[in-house]
Structure formats: structure tokens, C-alpha cells
Design a binder for this molecule. Structure first.
Ligand code: GAP
Length: 454
């Protein structure tokens, strides 16, 4: 069976969501009130996983480079920002309402939507369906600033982090040692009143973006665009994503956003089909020019002998969507010695917990004492867990399901010669190592390249 068939057979969004809930990664938001559409809360392991995704992004985009700086701008910006960017006028989806079932659908997604009365049909397929004309619906969440709610207090929750970067272009260029080509990177929450949310973390109303705006001399835009598409593709591959499940899709001219000269999506083969994971766009000088015009502040690069409005190449990723793709890619079911096991084959750098320390017999004070001492040594340098409950088999299964790459087991022999076994999550191989070398071994392994099923 091919890798693709095997993968499609085991991972579904439903199975991944069920595992995520059962094991404390992600819960439906406001659960005790019946949930809130397309909002999710991250539990302990989910927080750690998403943090690892964001750390890996920041490490690749900022720490390991010299040409990108960080920013953390406000979520609620001056309302004029969204007028200049085009969001007030054009950030909308075409919607149709059904007067019969009272549901609302995206006009451009009718073919993928289900009729409210007959879910096996699409809206408009049955004589009972009574659809309105399509109307544009703005996706920005509105709020108001100050005690009085009137037209003057209207503000928006940002629908993308990018604009916070553009409006800080002057602050950054005048306070930091930057010169095109250079980038400004930002991780933060964005909000969109999505009409057809669903599919777990894939499309949410409140989500986190990881965006970087790379400012370049206009003549070099195409070369930097190609560079960033490949750079971003490599980032996912280096974090273990299967190459056969990742592809680049070049946007047709007719699909391009109003600001874009070229866009390529990195698409991942989710169980729902190939879907956008990240977009890389050549935004030209659209945003800097628009903000300069609306604010009256010149936003340009002034060098010794040159002056120009830089072009912008933007790799725009979603932290939640990336976490979902890594979860789906890692999810596996297999039979081991007649038992079914579910395992998350996450890259060790993404795994929420790196090592579990397990005394073989939870009631043996010799073993638990040694195990706790080792755990306390390890947790100072990497995320570790100690577990002495239930049978050793159950404890291994639990660690497999949260994707812990290594387990150290303390047994009778440990008490005699200070060695422990190290169990590999993926191969299930067990090796004996001296307890004194465990910390260094794990730290070395975390830095080594890793690929799925290697
Ligand atoms: N600044 C450009 C921009 O925001 P986008 O393609 O709309 O572009 C970038 O968003 C990325 O943000 C997407 O590729 C996706 O990973 C993530 N994203 C967008 N909308 C999302 C949503 N409703 N839920 C989860 N992630 C989302």
C-alpha cells in the first residue's frame, strides 16, 4: 500500500480532534455552554505544541538570520489602517441565505456545502431551497473604543498581523540597523468572522498568524519571491512534514488579491484534501504607498544615493493551521504484538514532552527514587514527565499518543549498575545506556535531523 493510501486511511480530522481532546491538546471552546462555533481552547500539550511551532518559526526567521527583526503590534489599530489597506472596502465573502432552512452559505462554496434540510444535497439542489442573491459580508469583527458607542468609536479586531508591520515601517527603519533587503516578523492573534468555519483548527474565527514582511528593492522582487517560496517549503520539510503531502500552488492571475502581483500557496494534503497551509505573496509597494497616502507620512527607504518605496514579499503562515498539519502528518495507527497503538510521530523539536521517566514498578521505592532524581535532573534542561501510575504498557501508550519521542525506564538492573533503557517512540527499539549520560544523549538527539519513519 502506498504511503498516501496508508495515511489517508488512518488520519481523519475527526480522529485527530478526538485524540487532541482526549489527551489534553485542544478542547472545544466554552464547552460547558455547548461550545462556540469554530473557537477552540488549547490544553497543556496543545499549548506546548503550538509554542514549539512558533519557536521553530521564530528561530528560522529571526534567530538564524541577520536580516529580520521582530515586532508585536497592537490588535486594535487606528480604524484608518483598515480603510487604507482595503479591508473596510473589500475584505468580504459573497453570501447567500436560504429562506427555508435559514442557513447562510458562501456563494463560492455552494458545491462543498450541505443543504440544511437534506445534508446529502447542496444548497439550491432541492425544490424546497429558496436562496437569496449573493451579498457581500465583511469579515472584520467590529468593536468600539471608549465609553460611548457611536460611529466615531468604531474600531476593528485585526484580521491579519501584516498591517501592524506596515504602519511601523518608519519606526523600525529609524530605530534599528536595517536596510533593504530586510524583514519584520510578527506572531499574534488575528480575527475573522468566517462564515463557513469548520474542520477543527483549520478555519477558526480567532487564530494566530506568523507573518513576515520582507522589504526589497523593487527590481529584486521576483527573485526574493522565489527565494521565500522555497525557504518556507524547506521549513516544513525540516520539521518532518512528508514531502509527498506538501506542494506549491501558483495562483492564477484571476485569483490574486488586490495588492498582489504574484502569490503561491504552500498546500498540505489534509484529510479534507489539498488545502492552503501558508501563502507567499508579492504585495508590491501597495501597502506602504496606501498608508503613506492615507496618513500623510512618507514611507520609503532613503539610502545614500537612492530613495524608493520598497516592494514587499510576504510569507504568511497560521500557527494553528501549521499545528493541525503537523498533528495530521504525525498521526498514525498500527498494530504492535497484537495490540492497536495510536502514535503521534511528531518531530522531536515539536513534541510537547521530549522524554518520559518511568519506574518499571510504580510501588518499588528504589526504582521510584532513582526515577524521580533523574526526572528532576532532566526537567531543568528539557520538557520531561514522570509517571509511575498504571502498567508500563499503558504508560508507554499514553506517551505515544502525546508524541513523546523517548522514554527512560528504571528497572531492577538500574538499581544494580546505574543504567536505564531508552525506548524510541517510532521504532520501539530499546537500548541500555548509563544514567549519567542520559541528559547529554537527549540534548544531542534533539539537535539531530529527523524524518518520519527514518
Ligand atoms: N497577510 C496575508 C494573509 O493574512 P491569508 O492567506 O488570509 O493571508 C495567512 O492568511 C495564513 O493564516 C493562512 O495561510 C492560514 O494558515 C492562516 N489563516 C487564515 N485564516 C485562518 C482561519 N480562519 N483559521 C485559521 N488559520 C487561518
Amino acid at each position: 500500500m502506498s504511503e498516501l493510501e496508508r495515511y489517508e486511511g488512518s488520519a481523519t480530522i475527526e480522529k485527530v480532534a478526538a485524540l487532541a481532546r482526549r489527551r489534553g491538546f485542544v478542547y472545544p471552546s466554552s464547552d460547558i455552554y455547548g461550545g462556540l462555533g469554530s473557537s477552540f481552547d488549547y490544553g497543556h500539550y496543545g499549548v506546548l505544541l503550538k509554542q514549539n511551532v512558533k519557536n521553530a518559526w521564530q528561530r528560522a526567521m529571526v534567530q538564524e538570520r541577520e536580516d529580520i527583526v521582530l515586532l508585536d503590534s497592537a490588535i486594535i489599530l487606528h480604524p484608518q489602517v483598515w480603510v487604507a489597506s482595503g479591508h473596510v472596502g473589500g475584505f468580504s465573502d459573497p453570501l447567500v441565505d436560504c429562506r427555508t432552512c435559514k442557513l447562510r452559505f458562501r456563494a463560492d462554496h455552494i458545491g462543498e456545502s450541505s443543504c440544511g434540510k437534506r445534508p446529502s444535497k447542496h444548497p439550491g439542489d432541492t425544490p424546497d431551497c429558496d436562496l437569496t442573491e449573493a451579498r457581500e459580508f465583511n469579515l472584520m469583527f467590529e468593536t468600539s473604543i471608549g465609553p460611548v458607542r457611536d460611529a466615531g468609536s468604531l474600531a476593528y479586531l485585526r484580521p491579519e498581523t501584516a498591517q501592524g508591520i506596515f504602519v511601523n515601517f518608519k519606526n523600525v527603519t529609524s530605530s534599528l540597523r536595517v536596510k533593504p533587503p530586510f524583514g519584520i516578523a510578527q506572531i499574534g492573534k488575528s480575527f475573522r468572522n468566517e462564515i463557513t468555519p469548520g474542520n477543527f483548527l483549520f478555519r477558526m474565527r480567532e487564530f494566530e498568524q506568523m507573518e513576515m514582511e520582507f522589504f526589497v528593492p523593487p527590481a529584486d522582487d521576483e527573485q526574493w519571491f522565489e527565494y521565500w517560496v522555497e525557504e518556507r517549503r524547506q521549513w516544513y520539510l525540516q520539521l518532518g512534514m512528508r514531502e509527498s503531502h506538501l506542494r506549491v500552488r501558483v495562483h492564477e492571475k484571476t485569483e490574486l488579491s488586490h495588492y498582489s502581483k504574484a502569490t503561491s500557496d504552500l498546500e498540505y494534503l489534509f484529510p479534507i484534501g489539498w488545502s492552503e497551509l501558508e501563502g507567499i505573496a508579492n504585495r508590491t509597494n501597495f501597502d506602504l504607498s496606501a498608508h503613506a497616502e492615507h496618513s500623510g507620512t512618507k514611507l520609503e527607504w532613503i539610502g545614500h544615493e537612492e530613495r524608493y518605496v520598497p516592494y514587499v514579499i510576504e510569507p504568511a503562515a497560521g500557527a494553528d493551521r501549521a499545528a493541525l498539519a503537523f498533528l495530521v502528518d504525525a498521526y498514525d495507527e498500527e498494530e504492535v504484538a497484537g495490540d492497536q497503538r495510536t502514535v503521534l510521530r511528531l518531530h522531536p523539536r515539536l513534541a510537547p514532552v521530549k522524554v518520559a521517566v518511568l519506574p518499571l514498578i510504580g510501588r518499588d521505592e528504589g526504582m521510584t527514587g532513582k526515577a524521580r532524581a533523574l526526572y528532576e535532573e532532566l526537567r531543568r534542561v528539557l520538557p520531561a514527565e514522570y509517571d509511575d501510575s498504571a502498567s508500563i504498557g499503558k504508560r508507554y501508550r499514553r506517551q505515544d499518543e502525546i508524541g513523546t519521542p523517548w522514554a527512560l525506564t528504571i528497572d531492577q538492573q538500574t538499581l544494580e549498575d546505574d543504567t536505564v533503557t531508552i525506548r524510541d517512540r517510532d521504532t520501539l527499539a530499546q537500548e541500555r545506556i548509563p544514567i549519567s549520560g542520559a541528559r547529554q544523549l537527549l540534548q544531542d538527539r534533539l539537535e539531530q535531523p529527523w524524518s518520519p519513519r527514518s
